[in-house]
Design a protein around this ligand. Structure first.
Ligand code: MN
Length: 205
Protein backbone atom coordinates (compact mmCIF):
# COMPACT_ATOMS: atom_id res chain seq x y z
CA UNK A 1 0.00 0.00 0.00
CA UNK A 2 1.21 3.47 -0.77
CA UNK A 3 -0.35 6.89 -0.95
CA UNK A 4 -0.89 8.22 -4.46
CA UNK A 5 -1.02 11.62 -6.10
CA UNK A 6 -4.48 12.11 -7.62
CA UNK A 7 -4.67 13.99 -10.94
CA UNK A 8 -5.26 17.73 -10.70
CA UNK A 9 -8.99 18.30 -11.29
CA UNK A 10 -8.20 20.85 -14.07
CA UNK A 11 -5.37 21.88 -16.42
CA UNK A 12 -2.34 23.81 -15.15
CA UNK A 13 -3.52 26.96 -16.93
CA UNK A 14 -7.17 26.63 -15.84
CA UNK A 15 -6.86 29.22 -13.05
CA UNK A 16 -5.12 31.88 -15.19
CA UNK A 17 -4.77 34.80 -14.78
CA UNK A 18 -5.31 34.49 -11.02
CA UNK A 19 -2.90 31.61 -10.51
CA UNK A 20 -0.43 31.10 -13.35
CA UNK A 21 0.19 27.79 -15.11
CA UNK A 22 3.90 27.59 -14.23
CA UNK A 23 3.16 28.01 -10.52
CA UNK A 24 0.45 25.34 -10.70
CA UNK A 25 2.73 22.91 -12.55
CA UNK A 26 5.63 23.34 -10.13
CA UNK A 27 3.36 23.33 -7.11
CA UNK A 28 1.69 20.07 -8.15
CA UNK A 29 4.55 18.13 -9.80
CA UNK A 30 7.36 19.20 -7.46
CA UNK A 31 5.90 20.22 -4.11
CA UNK A 32 2.79 18.04 -3.78
CA UNK A 33 4.40 15.05 -5.50
CA UNK A 34 7.38 15.48 -3.18
CA UNK A 35 5.21 15.24 -0.07
CA UNK A 36 3.66 12.01 -1.36
CA UNK A 37 7.02 10.45 -2.24
CA UNK A 38 8.58 11.37 1.11
CA UNK A 39 5.51 10.17 3.02
CA UNK A 40 5.69 6.78 1.30
CA UNK A 41 9.42 6.53 1.91
CA UNK A 42 8.94 7.30 5.61
CA UNK A 43 6.23 4.64 5.95
CA UNK A 44 8.24 1.81 4.39
CA UNK A 45 8.27 -0.81 7.11
CA UNK A 46 4.99 0.49 8.61
CA UNK A 47 2.37 -1.25 6.44
CA UNK A 48 -0.42 -0.77 8.98
CA UNK A 49 0.11 2.99 8.97
CA UNK A 50 0.46 3.10 5.18
CA UNK A 51 -2.92 1.37 4.88
CA UNK A 52 -4.80 4.04 6.86
CA UNK A 53 -7.09 6.48 5.08
CA UNK A 54 -5.09 9.70 4.64
CA UNK A 55 -7.36 11.70 6.94
CA UNK A 56 -7.00 9.17 9.73
CA UNK A 57 -3.22 9.01 9.25
CA UNK A 58 -2.85 12.78 9.51
CA UNK A 59 -5.24 13.28 12.41
CA UNK A 60 -3.55 10.62 14.58
CA UNK A 61 0.14 11.35 13.91
CA UNK A 62 0.75 12.43 17.52
CA UNK A 63 0.27 8.85 18.78
CA UNK A 64 2.60 7.27 16.19
CA UNK A 65 6.10 5.89 16.74
CA UNK A 66 8.59 8.71 17.11
CA UNK A 67 10.56 7.59 14.07
CA UNK A 68 7.65 8.39 11.71
CA UNK A 69 5.79 11.09 13.64
CA UNK A 70 7.50 14.12 12.12
CA UNK A 71 7.35 12.71 8.59
CA UNK A 72 3.64 11.96 8.89
CA UNK A 73 2.98 15.41 10.34
CA UNK A 74 4.90 17.26 7.60
CA UNK A 75 4.69 15.03 4.50
CA UNK A 76 1.30 13.50 5.31
CA UNK A 77 0.00 16.93 6.21
CA UNK A 78 1.40 18.30 2.95
CA UNK A 79 -0.35 15.56 0.98
CA UNK A 80 -3.68 16.09 2.75
CA UNK A 81 -3.55 19.90 2.59
CA UNK A 82 -2.66 20.06 -1.11
CA UNK A 83 -5.29 17.51 -2.11
CA UNK A 84 -7.81 19.63 -0.19
CA UNK A 85 -6.47 22.86 -1.75
CA UNK A 86 -6.74 21.72 -5.40
CA UNK A 87 -10.34 20.66 -4.90
CA UNK A 88 -11.15 23.98 -3.20
CA UNK A 89 -10.56 25.81 -6.48
CA UNK A 90 -12.28 25.81 -9.85
CA UNK A 91 -12.93 27.74 -13.00
CA UNK A 92 -16.26 29.41 -12.34
CA UNK A 93 -14.44 32.66 -11.69
CA UNK A 94 -15.83 35.31 -9.43
CA UNK A 95 -18.52 33.17 -7.87
CA UNK A 96 -19.99 33.91 -4.51
CA UNK A 97 -21.10 31.62 -1.69
CA UNK A 98 -24.40 29.80 -2.12
CA UNK A 99 -27.35 30.36 0.16
CA UNK A 100 -26.36 27.80 2.80
CA UNK A 101 -22.73 28.96 3.05
CA UNK A 102 -23.71 32.62 2.82
CA UNK A 103 -26.22 32.10 5.61
CA UNK A 104 -23.64 30.35 7.83
CA UNK A 105 -21.02 33.05 7.18
CA UNK A 106 -23.49 35.78 8.07
CA UNK A 107 -24.51 33.92 11.22
CA UNK A 108 -20.94 33.44 12.49
CA UNK A 109 -19.10 36.51 11.15
CA UNK A 110 -21.85 39.11 10.65
CA UNK A 111 -21.55 39.18 6.85
CA UNK A 112 -19.65 37.64 3.96
CA UNK A 113 -17.53 40.80 3.79
CA UNK A 114 -16.61 40.58 7.47
CA UNK A 115 -15.63 36.93 7.03
CA UNK A 116 -13.47 37.78 4.01
CA UNK A 117 -11.78 40.60 5.91
CA UNK A 118 -10.92 38.32 8.80
CA UNK A 119 -9.71 35.57 6.47
CA UNK A 120 -7.55 38.03 4.50
CA UNK A 121 -6.03 39.50 7.65
CA UNK A 122 -5.17 36.10 9.10
CA UNK A 123 -3.83 34.71 5.80
CA UNK A 124 -1.70 37.82 5.28
CA UNK A 125 -0.12 37.66 8.71
CA UNK A 126 0.82 33.97 8.83
CA UNK A 127 4.53 34.32 9.66
CA UNK A 128 6.63 32.24 7.31
CA UNK A 129 4.97 29.18 5.76
CA UNK A 130 1.48 27.98 6.51
CA UNK A 131 -2.21 27.97 5.71
CA UNK A 132 -5.41 29.88 6.41
CA UNK A 133 -8.63 27.91 6.84
CA UNK A 134 -12.35 28.29 7.26
CA UNK A 135 -13.34 25.49 9.64
CA UNK A 136 -16.31 23.98 11.35
CA UNK A 137 -15.28 23.71 15.01
CA UNK A 138 -16.08 20.80 17.35
CA UNK A 139 -18.87 23.06 18.72
CA UNK A 140 -20.33 23.35 15.17
CA UNK A 141 -19.46 27.03 14.83
CA UNK A 142 -17.42 28.50 11.96
CA UNK A 143 -13.94 29.88 12.62
CA UNK A 144 -11.02 31.21 10.59
CA UNK A 145 -7.79 29.66 11.83
CA UNK A 146 -4.22 29.40 10.58
CA UNK A 147 -1.74 26.54 10.79
CA UNK A 148 2.04 26.60 10.50
CA UNK A 149 3.98 24.63 7.90
CA UNK A 150 1.87 21.60 6.84
CA UNK A 151 -0.12 21.22 10.03
CA UNK A 152 -3.78 20.37 9.40
CA UNK A 153 -6.89 21.61 11.19
CA UNK A 154 -8.14 17.99 11.41
CA UNK A 155 -5.29 17.14 13.79
CA UNK A 156 -6.92 19.56 16.24
CA UNK A 157 -10.47 18.35 15.70
CA UNK A 158 -11.41 21.15 13.30
CA UNK A 159 -13.00 20.28 9.96
CA UNK A 160 -11.86 22.60 7.17
CA UNK A 161 -14.30 23.59 4.43
CA UNK A 162 -11.94 26.05 2.69
CA UNK A 163 -8.17 26.42 2.80
CA UNK A 164 -5.51 28.68 1.33
CA UNK A 165 -1.84 27.80 0.92
CA UNK A 166 0.24 30.87 1.81
CA UNK A 167 3.67 29.26 1.45
CA UNK A 168 5.79 31.42 -0.88
CA UNK A 169 5.95 28.53 -3.38
CA UNK A 170 2.21 29.05 -3.94
CA UNK A 171 2.60 32.60 -5.32
CA UNK A 172 6.19 33.85 -5.57
CA UNK A 173 6.66 33.40 -9.35
CA UNK A 174 3.72 35.62 -10.20
CA UNK A 175 3.30 37.82 -7.14
CA UNK A 176 6.82 37.84 -5.65
CA UNK A 177 6.50 39.06 -2.06
CA UNK A 178 2.99 40.49 -2.56
CA UNK A 179 1.00 37.90 -0.63
CA UNK A 180 -2.04 40.20 -0.26
CA UNK A 181 -2.33 40.43 -4.09
CA UNK A 182 -2.26 36.63 -4.33
CA UNK A 183 -4.98 36.36 -1.67
CA UNK A 184 -7.15 38.91 -3.48
CA UNK A 185 -6.74 37.01 -6.77
CA UNK A 186 -7.43 33.65 -5.14
CA UNK A 187 -11.00 34.60 -4.16
CA UNK A 188 -11.82 34.55 -7.91
CA UNK A 189 -11.04 30.83 -8.11
CA UNK A 190 -12.70 29.57 -4.93
CA UNK A 191 -15.03 26.66 -5.73
CA UNK A 192 -18.08 27.52 -3.65
CA UNK A 193 -19.89 24.37 -4.84
CA UNK A 194 -17.31 22.28 -3.00
CA UNK A 195 -17.37 24.52 0.08
CA UNK A 196 -21.15 24.11 0.17
CA UNK A 197 -20.91 20.31 -0.16
CA UNK A 198 -18.38 20.14 2.68
CA UNK A 199 -20.50 22.31 4.96
CA UNK A 200 -23.61 20.27 4.21
CA UNK A 201 -21.86 16.97 4.96
CA UNK A 202 -20.64 18.30 8.31
CA UNK A 203 -23.90 19.84 9.41
CA UNK A 204 -25.87 16.66 8.64
CA UNK A 205 -23.35 14.32 10.34
MN1 MN B 1 1.96 24.33 -1.28
Amino acid sequence: MAYTLAPLPYAYDALEPYIDARTMELHYTMHHAGYVAKLNAALEGFPALAALPLKELVSTYATMPESVRTAVRNQGGGHYNHTFFWSSMGTRFGGSPHAEVAHALTKHFGSFGAFQEEFNAKATTVFGSGWAWLCVTPQDTLEVITTANQDCPISGGYEPILGLDVWEHAYYLNYQNRRPDYITAWWHVVNWDVVEDRLRMLTTR
